[in-house]
Write a protein that binds this ligand. Structure first.
Ligand code: MG
Length: 267
């Protein structure tokens, strides 16, 4: 099957696998207008996001029906999402029943690291049937949710694929969006990746134990962050020394209990 596309003028054609042009309007070959970006591309993207948002709503409805609060954790690769989750799961163990959907393009390395803390861990590799996507979207999380026993948990972490761009654009159906930011990433990233920094309500500034060894200017970082997201909360932590984790756990406790519609209440 070739790649079907539409021209801005409404004519349509398909590129066959051999690369030949089959213009239905009878135009001569060599017409490259079909490659332009324009209203068609916008329409397709809108359709993708509409479909994602519909699926995100149904994920959220499913979570709400079970009284589960979901937190979407995003960051660059290596900022410390999994390390922070290890500490978080260890601290919550025995108090809160937790599930984790662990998103990675390949491998179970991070999912394996999260085993042994009493949490339900479900691995979601985006290379398996999802084209190696650089982010999680709502349909992927929806398929992972089928493997989570929602009746036994109150809190679900979705560890997104490490990436500062794409994960911010896809609502996966979580109730809260949190970022982990490593101070090794410099002060300017909020200005360079504003969509991500604007999409979250909390930034966990991680690897604070490295501060004496870096030229990182915390004031400048916080000014840059406030410039793109004035209302964001900031908690400084170190997954290595556990400094600041209490504040993060308090934030979680405040947000786990949100008004939830039980299935029996409305029906
Ligand atoms: Mg990870």
């Amino acid at each position: 099957m070739g790649r079907f596309h539409r021209h801005d003028d409404g004519t349509e054609h398909e590129h066959g696998s051999s690369g030949e042009h089959d213009h239905r309007s009878g135009q001569e070959h060599g017409d490259l207008s079909g490659y332009r970006t324009g209203p068609d591309r916008v329409t397709v993207l809108e359709r993708i996001f509409d479909e994602n948002d519909r699926c995100a709503r149904s994920n959220r409805d499913l979570l709400d029906a079970h009284g589960v609060v979901a937190v979407n954790m995003m960051s660059s690769p290596g900022a410390g999402k999994t390390s922070l989750l290890q500490h978080t799961l260890a601290s919550l163990s025995g108090r809160v029943h937790v599930g984790v959907i662990e998103g990675d393009i390949e491998t179970s390395i991070d999912a394996d690291r999260l085993a042994g803390y009493g949490a339900q861990v479900v691995l979601l590799n985006t290379s398996n049937g999802f084209g190696g996507e650089c982010h999680l979207d709502a349909p992927m999380v929806g398929s992972a949710l089928q493997r989570v026993d929602l009746t036994t948990i109150e809190l679900l972490f979705v560890e997104n694929v490490g990436n500062l761009v794409c994960p911010a654009e896809f609502d996966v159906g979580a109730h809260h969006r949190v970022m982990v930011y490593s101070i090794t990433e410099g002060e300017e990233k909020p200005l360079k990746y504003p969509v991500m920094f604007r999409s979250v309500e909390l930034v966990l500034v991680n690897k604070m134990d490295l501060l004496p060894h870096l030229d990182f200017d915390m004031d400048l970082f916080e000014r840059n962050l406030a410039a793109v997201n004035p209302s964001v909360a900031v908690v400084k932590v170190s997954a290595r020394t556990s400094d600041g984790l209490d504040t993060w756990l308090k934030w979680l406790e405040q947000h786990v209990h949100h008004p939830v519609s039980t299935p029996s209440a409305g029906a």
